[in-house]
Write a protein that binds this ligand. Structure first.
Ligand SMILES: CC(C)(COP(=O)(O)OP(=O)(O)OC[C@H]1O[C@@H](n2cnc3c(N)ncnc32)[C@H](O)[C@@H]1OP(=O)(O)O)[C@@H](O)C(=O)NCCC(=O)NCCS
Length: 186
């Protein structure tokens, strides 16, 4: 089976979405640490302080998995390319890339949140995913109580397919319900 060799980046009028490069570690550490309070309720990986060393290792993993077509993690950058405004990705959590199903994940840095960026990026990922990527179905899932995430999915045109009960563990350790959204290639 040939490895998927996807496009590296897409730019919109508001940001650039691109795969991570060696050297992105310090900016990743800065952005996630500055956003800890905003991310912590919903993302199990958020830490009060991510060190540069930890972020450098993470970036190496992102790059490695990208090259092996195992996972496609992307950064959301300011137009001048200097500041990481968030992260997103096409994740293979529902089968191999050849099956055409990817799950989109996303976080937006605290200082950028609530200004329409998440909706904008999700719309851009859907458009990009159905044009330059081979995706046929894009999935978005979140804790049922994550209203910002749910609203972002709805505003970007994804459809609620259902809510599964007690199927995952929330960040606080309790069982949670999961809201599943998806969009199909037109
Ligand atoms: C979810 C997230 C990606 C959305 O990005 P964003 O840039 O903040 O979203 P937008 O500004 O595009 O807002 C989208 C909608 O959500 C609404 N919203 C934002 N925060 C909200 C909140 N706390 N409660 C309810 N609605 C909220 C906005 O008002 C907007 O809807 P509206 O235009 O009808 O008013 C971002 O808030 C985030 O990183 N959250 C923490 C991590 C996370 O939960 N990631 C998703 C995991 S599935």
């Amino acid at each position: 089976m040939p490895l998927l060799v996807p496009p590296d980046s897409v730019s919109t009028d508001r940001c650039t979405i691109r795969r991570y490069r060696l050297g992105d570690g310090p900016e990743l550490a800065r952005a996630t640490t500055a956003s800890f309070a905003h991310l912590e309720p919903w993302l199990p990986w958020a830490q009060p302080r991510q060190t540069v060393e930890e972020a450098v290792v993470l970036v190496r993993q992102f790059v490695g998995r990208w090259l092996l077509a195992q996972d496609f993690v992307l950064g959301i950058w300011s137009p001048d390319g200097a500041t990481l405004w968030g992260g997103c990705g096409f994740h293979l959590r529902h089968g191999p890339a050849q099956d055409g199903v990817a799950e989109i994940g996303m976080w937006i840095a605290a200082e950028q949140a609530g200004q329409g960026l998440g909706t904008h990026v999700l719309q851009a990922l859907v458009e990009w995913g159905f044009s330059e990527w081979p995706w046929l179905r894009l999935v978005w899932k979140c804790d049922e109580r994550n209203l910002a995430s749910r609203r972002t999915a709805e505003k970007a045109g994804l459809q609620l397919e259902g809510i599964t009960r007690g199927d995952d563990i929330a960040v606080d350790g309790t069982r949670r319900n999961t809201a599943w959204y998806a969009v199909l290639k037109p």
